[in-house]
Design a protein around this ligand. Structure first.
Ligand SMILES: C[S@@+](CC[C@H](N)C(=O)[O-])C[C@H]1O[C@@H](n2cnc3c(N)ncnc32)[C@H](O)[C@@H]1O
Length: 392
């Protein structure tokens, strides 16, 4: 991980045609270079309210690190656990205020209300409590959240109505000037969360029988990282190290996968790059509201079904690096001649930058290097494996 790197001046926000805002590099960037380190303005647990934390997977409710030894409980609800007195103390004045504590307790005590509804509603209820709390503890961050992409009118009115009735009846937000827990606000917040939240992932266990599926430990809103647009052949990828002993364990670190010239838009893939064309298109439309016409999609749109168009019907959420069926690269290795005039072959990308460990499908980026030459060591952003670069 790269601590102490100054990334402030490497990217700037620009309006990108057909994509809203995006991040563009202000200078040529090298593979492995850290372009962004971003801290969340809001974090909330991905655990359904109906599920208790069990002692084998206990997380700190403030920093989401795995709790290794004795933990500290919230003095009021005793349900929420913290890894240290300092995390507890920080949480009591930020993410676990008396209103949040009381709200989550009431929701838990009335689970019959929520139990019949899907897990997604429970997690949305968690998000709304965290978001309203943000409005009280940090109004400027709340305004920033509202400025992100996502339109209230695109949300399902039935879902929004349900969430409002649950929260208003069990744990109404305290009255403060200029804040109204209206249907419109709830719809807008749900839309912002859907388009912009990043999942902090559980470490990948490749030995699991489920084929290395990763679950999400917590969701976060990252103010700068939320401005990265998607590309199905990204030039950067994000790393997180939630269980690191260092401070800033919930930070997202974005590193360049390969060199790019000044002025190039820096894009992430919102999910593992192995997804096939139809799965990618479906997910981007349903989860992010756009049709992707990146250079890779333009090429793969012309492929026949046999060449990698088998739909695996996945319905995961928000930039969470989940794992799907592999895309089949045609044996003739189609190349992409992209709009920027650089040929960036598909097959080359998969050979060089996709993790080859069984069931992983993570993306590889060089480790940051102190000299001008990119490191030969490539780190996987899913399993953490470091491999020596063999393909030149
Ligand atoms: C995380 S935000 C990225 C920043 C966003 N463009 C903005 O202006 O705030 C995700 C949203 O950006 C837009 N977006 C991202 N990648 C795109 C792409 N390749 N083509 C078109 N729209 C894209 C979509 O509206 C998507 O829901």
């Amino acid at each position: 991980m790269s601590v102490g790197v100054n990334t402030e001046t490497l990217v700037r926000i620009e309006e990108i045609q057909g994509r809203g805002r995006g991040l563009v590099c202000t200078q040529p960037l090298r593979g492995g270079q850290v372009v962004l380190i971003d801290s969340p303005i809001l974090l909330y647990s991905a655990l359904p309210l109906t599920k208790q934390q069990d002692s084998t997977f206990l997380y700190c409710d403030k920093c989401f690190k795995t709790i290794q030894s004795a933990s500290v409980s919230c003095p009021t609800c005793s349900h929420h656990q913290f890894c240290s007195p300092s995390c507890l103390s920080a949480a009591l004045s930020s993410s676990h205020t008396p209103w949040v504590c009381q709200s989550l307790t009431r929701l838990r005590q009335n689970l019959d209300f929520l139990q019949h509804h899907c897990v997604e509603r429970q997690i949305q209820a968690r998000f709304l409590i965290a978001a309203c709390n943000l409005a009280f503890v940090s109004p400027s961050d709340f305004q920033f959240l509202l400025s992100l992409q996502g339109r209230a009118e695109d949300e399902d009115p039935g879902t929004v109505q349900f969430l409002r009735s649950v929260i208003s009846s069990l744990c109404p937000p305290p009255p403060i000037e200029g804040f109204s827990f209206s249907l419109e606000l709830i719809a807008a917040l749900v839309a912002k969360d859907k388009f912009n939240a990043f999942g902090l992932m559980e470490p990948l266990n490749l030995n699991e029988e489920n084929g290395g599926q990763r679950s999400v430990r917590a969701y976060g809103i990252y103010p700068k990282a939320a401005l990265f647009n998607h590309d199905c052949l990204p030039n950067a990828c994000r790393f997180d190290y939630v269980d690191t002993a260092n401070n800033g364990n919930t930070d997202i670190i974005v590193r360049m996968i390969h060199d790019v010239p000044q002025g190039r838009e820096i894009c992430l893939s919102y999910f593992p790059v192995n997804n096939n064309y139809s799965t990618r298109q479906k997910r981007l439309l349903e989860d992010y509201g756009f049709t992707c016409d990146c250079d890779r999609c333009k090429v793969e749109a012309t492929w026949s079904d046999e060449e990698g168009d088998s739909d695996n019907g996945d319905d995961n959420e928000a930039m969470e690096e989940d794992v799907d069926e592999p895309m089949e690269v045609p044996s003739n290795g189609e190349d992409i001649d992209n709009d920027n005039g650089t040929d960036f072959p598909h097959a080359y990308f998969f050979l060089k930058y996709m993790c080859t460990r069984n069931n992983c499908w993570g993306t590889l980026a060089p480790l940051p290097s102190s000299d001008a030459k990119p490191s030969n060591l490539l780190e996987c952003n899913a399993c953490g494996n470091v491999k020596n670069d063999e393909v030149c």
